[in-house]
Structures are given as C-alpha cells and as structure tokens.
Design a protein around this ligand. Structure first.
Ligand code: DAH
Length: 348
C-alpha cells in the first residue's frame, strides 16, 4: 500500500509538471475525483491491519496535499505565462518601471491669487466671483462708462451677443463688474475681493494677452477716504513681496472712480538697464480710487451715506514681477517647461 502511494505521488507530480490548462482539469478528476486513483487507494485503507492504518493514513494525506499543491502551483505558472504572452503581444514589458506622477504645483497666477485671498480674508474681506460672460450693463453702464467710451468698441471688447432686442453680452474686460454684483447682492457696508479671468481684443506681445487675470478690491462704508485705500494697497504689496515697497501715487482716470489714481512701485528688480521697468525705476502696479457716486447709486447704495475705495490688481502682472517673468504669453501657454519651474510650495 505504501509503495503504491509513493508510486502514485511520483507519477502524479510528473504528469502535473507537464500538463497544460486543459490536462490539469482532467488530472484533478483522475487523481482526486470521486473515482480518482487516490480515492480508490484510500478506500483500501479499511482492509489494512489496525497498526498500519495510522501510518498509511498519514502518508495518504501527505500525498493528497502534495498533489493539490502541485496542481495549484502549475495552474499559477500557466496563468502567469499566459499573462506575460498577452503583454508581450501588446508590446508591454512588465519589468519596466511604471510611469511616475511628478508632484504638481499651482500655476503662478493661482499661487498669487490664493496668497492674496488668504490675506484679504484675514482682514475681514469676502471673496466674491462674477461670471466671465458679462452683460453690457454690469461691464460698462453700471460702472459709469458712457455709451460712446472707446473701451466698448469691438477693437477692445470681445462681444458675444449683439442682436437687436436682446441684452448685449461680452467676455468681461475687467473684474470691476463684480463690484456692482457684490454690492447689489450683499449691500453696504462691504469689503470684497474678486479674483478672475478677463478678456480683451488685443494684439498679443510680451505685455499684452487676450486673457489674463485680475483681482478687484472694494471697500464701502461710512467715511471711507483715500488714506484707507493707500493703507490697503501698501499692506497688499508688502505681503506679496515680503518687504516694504516704496510707492508713488499719480492721478489716473477711470470713469468708475473719482478721484482716480495709478499706484506705481519702486521697481523690485532694478539694476542698470532693468528690463522690467525699462530703466525708469518705477512700475505701474495698481489703479484705484474712490468709488464714483454713480456706481454706488447704480448698485442701489446711498452715496450720501456711504463712500468707498476700489482697486484693480493685475494678478498676472504681480506674478510676473514676483518671479521675474518677462513675457505674459507664458502665463496661458500651458507649456510645462515654464510651469515646471514653479515649486510646489508656491501653491498648495
Ligand atoms: N478695471 C480697470 C481695468 O481693468 C482697473 C481698475 C481701475 C479697477 C481703477 C478699479 C479701479 O477698481 O478703481 O483697467
């Protein structure tokens, strides 16, 4: 009986080692099945003398496990071989390293926007967003921009719907319409910043792009004046550049503010023949002013009771100054050679 079991194990393992997938199923039945060879042998156990039974029984179990393991191992081997053949057929080499995912980073404009949003939130401002497709009323009329203003011209503005009897729609040319939207929805008093993308019909060059990013700031309350505006602007600049920046204020004209200003900063990069400021040592940073009473009234705010200041910040421009980027067209290029230069910690 023992010899027959040993003999069965030897033959079984040999046959299993050579079997293909179909033969394996048959072998399983022929060895371990109800009328299989091992089963038949085990049936003879009862006829053995009582003292031999335990030893032979143990051997029979060993043989059974060995056969089961060999069947399993062969099955695995065949599966793996089939998979490898498939992969090789598809031109895949499973031993090559996987395609890694390099860590991403925030786009420089997004990084600046987030930094400023955090700052303004900490000062009690609300972050408000308006739509990129805007009505003529929000983009121009409510901002006191007269109907014949050249900014409304197709040369400057990308118009979308311009049909008699329907409201004229354009791609917003600035974030200032969000002043009107926020005031109408939230009312005065109000402190709000509105980051977003704006669009112009532009001939592109190193400083002009058809799409770029701005951030509007607006504070409306009782007794707001120019000193409040100057303070907000200098806090903002100090935060962005990490140090005090020397500034100067020039008069500037925008229909939605009175008086209006242009804030220039002492060029943060200035060296002899500096490209950033073109040698003037000053860079235009931020227009702003006291909100025109017409704008407050158009938004439903009593201009006798309230006054306010507003500013428009070029986010693209700030990012360019912060990182010394010399061509605005990189910003919307989607070029990874450019984007890959901004460390992950610049964003979050
Ligand atoms: N909206 C203006 C532009 O895009 C920028 C601007 C100027 C915004 C003066 C303001 C402001 O809030 O007070 O050119």
């Amino acid at each position: 009986m023992r010899d027959r079991l040993e003999e069965l194990r030897r033959r079984a393992l040999e046959r299993i080692a050579d079997a293909d997938a179909g033969a394996l199923d048959e072998l399983h039945g022929a060895l371990l099945g109800r009328s299989g060879e091992l089963t038949a042998l085990l049936r003879g156990l009862g006829g053995l003398p009582a003292e031999e039974r335990p030893l032979v029984g143990r051997l029979a179990n060993e043989v059974k496990s060995a056969i089961q393991e060999a069947l399993e191992a062969r099955r695995d081997e065949l599966r793996r071989a089939a998979l490898e053949a498939d992969l090789a057929g598809a031109g895949l080499d499973p031993t090559l390293p996987g395609a890694g995912r390099p860590p991403g980073a925030a786009h420089p404009v997004l990084a600046v926007a987030r930094e400023l949003q955090d700052l303004f939130r900490s000062l009690g401002f609300v972050v408000w967003e308006g739509p990129e497709v805007e009505t003529e009323e929000h983009n121009f009329d409510a901002l006191n921009i007269p109907p014949d203003h050249p900014a409304r011209d197709v040369q400057d503005t990308i118009w979308l719907v311009d049909e008699p009897g329907r409201p004229r729609l354009c791609l917003r040319t600035h974030t200032s319409p969000v002043q009107v939207r926020a005031l109408r929805e939230l009312g005065a008093p109000l402190q709000v910043v509105a980051p977003g993308r704006v669009f112009r019909q532009e001939a592109q060059d190193a400083t002009h792009e058809h799409s770029f990013h701005q951030m509007e700031g607006l504070v409306v309350d009782r007794g707001i004046g120019v000193p409040h505006m100057l303070h907000a602007m200098s806090v903002l600049l100090e935060h962005v550049f990490g140090r005090r920046i020397e500034t100067r204020l020039r008069p500037g004209f925008f229909p939605f503010v009175e008086p209006g200003f242009e804030l220039d900063a002492r060029c943060p990069f200035c060296r002899a023949g500096c490209r950033v400021c073109k040698g003037s040592c000053w860079v235009e940073l931020m227009p702003g002013g006291l909100v025109h009473p017409h704008v407050l009234e158009a938004a439903g705010v009593d201009s006798e009771e309230y006054s306010g200041f507003a500013f428009g910040l070029g986010l693209s421009r700030i990012a360019m100054l912060k990182w010394g980027i010399d061509d605005i067209r990189w910003m919307m290029s989607g070029d990874l050679r450019f984007l890959g230069q901004f460390p992950a910690q610049a964003g979050r």
